[in-house]
Design a protein. Structure first.
Length: 407
């Protein structure tokens, strides 16, 4: 029988490298919501269209796909300390590029660089945290700590943008603050003495014929079903990150600052769900938890689509709390589900799931950007709600498949 680990004990026993990973997740969460939050100022000051904003979002999320591979395939070939140091250095170079970019192309390139190496750090972190425990439920809870940290950064992001833009309307100013936060990752990664013995364990013993590479993993039906759910979960989550401020300010008549404040409640909902997943014992299985939360996200997005112009800010905030709760634990539960079948492949499975979320994010960026420029974001949010319905169906089918697995 597995002993129950208290939340305090779980946090207290984390090694130093885990704290670096958790802080990195805070920084990545801050970056993830910045572009959507500064989009109105960016459009006005650089003369970009909604389509171009959508392409910016899609291009930098495509960098996340490459970063997932760097954090997955490359993870076990080099010492983690070296990867932490190199990746965080390249993130700082990307921030410098954002601050100096004179136009669309150079800005897109700089954002891609940040996304590549922040995602590499994030994926590397999932692989390291997954090895702290061999028990599936406990392993998922530990992975969830990283998503709690990510959510903390997501909550910080719109607050940071509001505060900085009150001091200056310059859209790059929030990215300068992000650069200071990223510098902290680099400084922590230089602690060689405390990271010298950090390495991936070689304790997993795979069965004969077990999948050994990305192609083999993609041949597994369980993995494919997890990835399909990941695409739609990423579509919903990043659709909110990218487009809610624009939707609320253009289609619902909110001020830009009010829309940013309401977006913050989306992060509050996500954080609440991830804290629940990481620290609270539940009689619900991982699959049932994901299914019910996906239903909540669907209801919240349908309510946002139905909101009239001039709807109270409190109503938007409530919908965002519920939708954030609905997508809060998608990544750790889906990753934990995939790891049930292939625990020896944590870095690769994390990379594949990150790519699936990235694909969903790109679809959200480009599709809603196109609709914002044409039929409008009101209809775009209808598509986002439809994607949530598909997610609900995908999770239901995944749960049926998992229920048939042995053990």
């Amino acid at each position: 029988m597995t002993a129950v680990v208290t939340p305090w004990a779980r946090v207290r026993r984390l090694p130093f490298v885990a704290w670096i990973i958790l802080y990195c997740a805070v920084v990545w969460g801050t970056f993830g919501a910045l572009l959507g939050a500064v989009a109105p100022n960016l459009r006005a000051q650089m003369g970009l269209s909604f389509d171009q904003i959508g392409w910016l979002m899609a291009l930098w999320t495509s960098g996340g796909a490459l970063g997932s591979v760097l954090g997955g395939s490359v993870a076990k070939r080099f010492a983690p300390q070296r990867l932490l140091s190199v990746y965080s250095t390249l993130v700082l170079l990307g921030v410098t590029g954002v601050m100096l970019a004179p136009g669309f192309a150079t800005l897109a390139f700089a954002l891609v660089v940040i996304a590549v190496f922040e995602t590499a750090l994030f994926t590397l972190g999932h692989g390291l945290l997954a090895e702290i425990s061999d028990e599936p439920e406990e392993r998922t809870r530990i992975i969830s700590l990283m998503d709690v940290a990510y959510s903390a950064g997501s909550i910080l992001s719109p607050v940071l943008v509001m505060a900085v833009l009150l001091l200056t309307p310059w859209w790059r100013a929030p990215y300068a603050v992000f650069g200071l936060l990223a510098l902290g990752v680099w400084l922590m990664a230089q602690q060689r003495a405390r990271l010298a013995h950090v390495a991936f364990r070689d304790h997993w013993v795979a069965d004969d014929g077990a999948p050994q590479g990305y192609r083999d993993l993609l041949g597994q039906r369980l993995v494919r079903r997890v990835l399909v759910a990941g695409v739609f979960s990423g579509f919903i989550e990043w659709g909110q990150y990218f487009w809610f401020v624009s939707y609320a300010s253009t289609a619902l008549g909110q001020t830009e600052q009010g829309a940013r404040l309401a977006l913050g409640f989306f992060m509050v909902g996500m954080t609440a769900g991830r804290i629940w997943q990481a620290f609270v014992q539940s009689r619900w299985s991982m699959g049932h938890k994901l299914q019910w939360l996906s239903a909540l996200a669907t209801l919240a997005l349908l309510a946002l689509v139905a909101m009239p112009v001039g709807a109270p800010l409190a109503a938007l905030a409530l919908c965002n709390v519920v939708s954030g709760l609905g997508v809060s634990v998608g990544f750790p539960i889906l990753l934990g589900t995939a790891l049930r079948g292939h625990p020896e492949q944590a870095p690769r499975l994390s990379a594949l799931l990150m790519i699936a979320f990235t694909v969903g994010a790109q679809i959200a960026a480009l599709l809603l950007g196109y609709m914002a420029e044409g039929p409008g974001l009101r209809l775009g949010y209808g598509v986002l709600a439809a994607g949530s319905v598909v997610l609900l169906l995908a999770v239901w089918r995944l749960n049926r498949w998992v229920a048939r697995l042995p053990g």
